[in-house]
Design a protein around this ligand. Sequence first.
Ligand code: GLN
Length: 485
Amino acid sequence: MELHELTIHELHQKLKKREVSSVEATKAVLARIEQVEPHVNAFITVTTDEALKSAEEADKRIAAGEIDTLTGIPVALKDIFLTRGIRTTCGSRILENFVAPYDATSWARLKEHGAVLVGKLNQDEFAMGSSCESSAFGVTRNPWNLECTPGGSSGGSAAAIAARQATATLGTDTGGSIRQPASHCGCVGLKPTYGRVSRYGVIAYASSLDQVGPVTRDVTDCAVLLGAVAGYDPLDSTSVNLPVPDYTKSLVSDVKGVKVGLPKEYYIAGLDPDVKAVMESAIATYSKLGAEFVEISLPHTDYAVATYYLVATAEASSNLARYDGVRFGHRSSAAKSLIEMFAKSRAEGFGPEVKRRIMLGTYALSSGYYDAYYLKAQKVRTLIMQDFLTAFENVDVILTPVAPTPAFRIGEKVNDPLQMYLSDIFTIPVNLAGTCGISVPAGFSTGGLPIGLQLIGRPFGEETILRAAYAFEQATEWHRQKAKI
Ligand code: GLN
């Protein structure tokens, strides 16, 4: 197998035995980027020089006998993670030339392990979207079918894994942005429990929902990467001070007696027939492996999308107030007064989806409407959270589809925001409840597009979903299929 095709754990073995160097692996990945990037457009910035420099440093560490699983591994980050000295755009014109003076904690942690950054990945602008079409840097194409979107907002993170342009990537998930693109591109993507991974240095979209997580080729890589970024950070007051387990210990291929909940609200008429068929075959696989199934109810599921679009937009309208042309980012040169400068900088810098959300959120928070919208949404959010806690009294994990359809075509939903918002119907409740979920490759559509399954766990139950995901992966061959690009 070629070097750019290896997983973290495979490449690690070769680095450890000195069969290859990090410089060789990094060069192979950079060459692959050059080869497929004209078709995929997964990257906003490729960091060739920095990558080769850090690969050399990693090789020195390895020569000195200092190696752990991530040393010398070529990784890429969604362009929402601040990287000192390397621009961070968040997919927006307003930050087109923004270079952060410090690193996001999750990136700083990977760096400490000696990981090598090969570039910053495309995404929907400010992580608002499900298709990468709202990026100011062009759409990313799905490596399985270049006419389709890779999903979003971490579409670049998933496409880069599918096209083998990085060994592993990080994304963020506010309403499904790791799991949905992972499903659409045939990758593993995990959204950790709120508070499990530091959000410090991650550009904020909706602060009570945003979480950092891995997008990888398989479940083993996912466990490795999660372990490296998880844990308390004094710089993020919402990060939780709980010990980080060794997630690789969860890689046990055994689900005998595990109780799997099937929420009746998720297996609805109208589910795409290909997604339905994949879920049926996944249930059959788990049955054969000895899992037990229980029908459960998450009764407030119907309200999740509406609740999310009030909470997320309200928080976004407040978080995005900082882009005023004064402190950082684009400043309009056409303005004649201070107020005009604020207005023009924002009008020129933000794209249409971001503007729509700022307006929705500002409206939901305005006096007179606050109680009817924002406060009501917070109350419904509590009910959704309780739905999950009640369900977890009887089951260990919940098995659902990730998205109602396989990857859709570029342009198909972009003019119908409501249709786009509905593509997150199965992922949003997990963010509202603050718990964890993973997307694992589970089959293909009749048109040859990958389809993932979602396993939802209890708060801080990452070990359980990783174990259930690993058992499924070991019993199937889906994760070994690769896009022909
Ligand atoms: N698609 C959802 C949105 O547009 C979720 C995005 C995300 O998780 N960042 O808000």
